[in-house]
Structures are given as C-alpha cells and as structure tokens.
Design a protein around this ligand. Structure first.
Ligand SMILES: [Ca+2]
Ligand SMILES: [Ca+2]
Length: 355
C-alpha cells in the first residue's frame, strides 16, 4: 500500500474530466487515506451530512449526491454543489441508550431516469409511509420541480409488533428495461425485502425475501443488474463480518448464487468495475451507531467458489457508504466524515482503474 494524504476542498467537482486534465487542487488535508499502488484519491465534494448515494446525470455525466440528512439532492456543476431537489422530510433513525436521537436520514437514494427526471426515495418518513417519487427537475431550481409519480407505501408484512412496514429505502437501481426499479428496504427483519417499483403503473411491491429463501443476513444495501439477474449486497449486523452478495434469478425469484465476503464487515456500496464481467467495487463501512469507524474500498471478484476474492484498494476512509463509477471511470465514494449528523461528509474520487 502506498500511503498518500487525501487532499480536498473546492476541486474536481465537475468529475467528468479525464484524470490527466484534472486541475491542481488547493490543499486541505482532511484525512489520511491509504491507496494501493497505482490508485489516487481526491476529494470532489464536502460539507455533506450523511451522504448516502451517488449517481450521474445522463448526458453531461455530472455527479449527483444524496445529501441525506440535509433533505436534498445536489448536482455538481462547475465544481460547485447545486441543490436540485430540497426540503425533503428527515427523521432520526435510532436512539442511543440515553435516549438521544441519532443518525438523521432524509432521501437515501436517487437514480436518474432521463436528463431531467429522477427517482428518489423519501426515506425521511417513518417505516410504512415511505414511497419512491419521480420528480421532473426544473432548470429554474427546486421550486420549479414537478412531482410526476409517487408509489404506494408498503405496510407490515407479518413481522409481528416490531414490524411497522417497509422503510429506509436505499440502494435503488434502474433495470435495463428502463421501466423497473429495484429498491433495497429495511423494515421487516423476518423477511428482509428487496422491493420492485414499476415506473409505468406506479406500483411498489415486495419482490425478494432473503429470509424466505433461508438467508438470515439482513440489511440489503445496494442492488445492481447483472447478467440478466439482480445482484444485491447485504451488510448484515453492524461491525460483524457477515456481509453477503446474492444473485437473484429474475425468472424464478430464487437465489441463483451467493458469495460470502471474507474479512468484510459491513458492505454498503456495490458498483460494477467498467470493462470487467465479474468484478465489483465495494465499500466496507464498518458501521457503528456510537461513532464513525474507518472503512475501506475493495474489489470483489465473483467466481465459482462460495467466497468472493477480495482485494483492498483504499483504506482509512471515514465511514464509506455508497459508491459508483462515473463516466470518467473514476470510482466516487460517499463518506460520512469524522462525525455523522454533521456537515463533515465528503465524496472522494478514486482513479487508477485499468479499464
Ligand atoms: Ca424512514
Ligand atoms: Ca455486518
């Protein structure tokens, strides 16, 4: 591992420049990050509160960030974050033992459907009330936005008194048919659902239950289309080495394959490495409710064995959550920063991928 200092502030926000054309950065040391030989990490956005998702606008490829606890979606333009959707509901997800409410969440995922239309989860509502919304984004700013479609919510599905219905909608992905969105959901832990949203009918429904298929690992975090099926990463219990990737067969509704992730505690992001068939960038958050732990980014290779082959490319990141490859083939990683529920969150970009 080559040790580098992560440099930040006001740089590289356009995010679609080729690496060799990147401007020289004003230096602000915010953290120590170690990257593997051949990789380089830079900060491209900061001042974020529990940033939970990254995506890229079709056309210009501009980085789009879910600034979750601030209840808004940001689009990076001319290296500056511009709110394109704001004022969404927020709530505290948990309480500490002394009753202090902690970990504020608002929208948790936002996926572009076209250059002006985005699907977003309103995860700042209580479990059982959350929906997926489709919003036409106005070039005139958030007040000009238009709600085009809103899904139903999903109530309790038989998990007993603690089951208030599905919520914490995160890890959304648009399928190649352009019509279907899959949504990772946390609600009934006795079912552990991935949901399906039909953009034509507006219907949101339960699709895949881990528990119904003998899989006890909870917390689906990110889904991605893969070889005609759906790949889902589950983070399991916090700070426990129980992460799992499941390939769901879309024809049968059953798990086709599963891979354990040796040495990985809480995988949250899952992004196919461009130019490869079976390699995925994964964020290992190492989650704790009492503070932000150092996590890492690794590449998992899914082969014939029951274990994925994992290789670390960056470590020392403060609470890495979601990740995605931009059109510039850099991997963008949202990180909580030193403290969650603060404005210390950042997005870093990692370059150096071969393809
Ligand atoms: Ca919620
Ligand atoms: Ca875990």
């Amino acid at each position: 591992m080559k040790r580098v200092l992560l440099l930040g502030a006001m740089l590289l926000a356009g995010c679609v420049a080729r690496p060799e054309k990147l401007p020289v950065a004003p230096v602000l040391r915010i953290a120590d990050v170690e990257v593997a030989q051949g990789y380089r990490a830079t900060v491209v956005a900061e001042g974020l509160n529990n940033p939970s998702f990254v995506s890229f606008r079709p056309g210009d490829g501009n980085l789009t960030i879910v600034d979750s606890a601030n209840g808004r979606i940001l689009l990076m333009e001319d290296r500056k974050p511009k709110p394109i959707l704001e004022g969404m509901s927020t709530e505290y997800w948990k309480k500490l033992e002394d009753g202090t409410p902690v970990y504020k969440v608002g929208p948790l995922a936002a996926v572009w459907l076209s250059e002006h239309r985005i699907a977003v989860s309103d995860a700042g509502l209580p479990d059982g009330d959350e929906t997926v919304q489709v919003v036409e984004i106005s070039p005139q700013g958030p007040t000009g936005n238009e709600l085009k479609l809103r899904s139903n919510s999903i109530g309790p599905t038989g998990g007993g008194e603690t089951d208030k219905g599905e919520g914490n909608f995160c890890g959304m992905t648009l399928m190649p048919d352009g019509r279907t969105l899959y949504v990772c959901s946390h609600g009934n832990d006795k079912k552990t659902w991935v949901l399906r949203f039909d953009l034509e009918t507006g219907k949101l429904e339960t699709a895949f239950s881990a528990d119904d298929n003998g899989i006890s690992v909870n917390s689906p975090m990110q889904a991605r289309p893969w070889r005609g099926n759906l790949l889902v990463v589950y983070s399991g219990a916090g700070s426990k080495e129980d992460g799992l990737i499941v390939e769901w067969d879309l024809k049968t509704g059953n798990p086709a394959r599963q891979w354990k992730l040796p040495g990985v505690f809480d995988p949250m992001g899952l992004a196919p490495v461009p130019g490869t068939e079976n390699q995925f960038a994964i964020t290992d958050n190492n989650w704790s409710l009492t503070g932000v732990n150092k996590g890492r980014v690794l590449i998992a290779t899914l082969g014939e064995g029951e274990n994925a082959r994992c290789s670390t490319i960056a470590s020392g990141l403060l609470g890495p959550v979601n990740c995605g490859f931009g059109p510039d083939k850099r991997l963008y990683v949202s990180c909580l920063g030193k403290h969650y529920d603060s404005n210390e969150g950042v997005v870093i970009a990692i370059e150096g991928f071969a393809n």
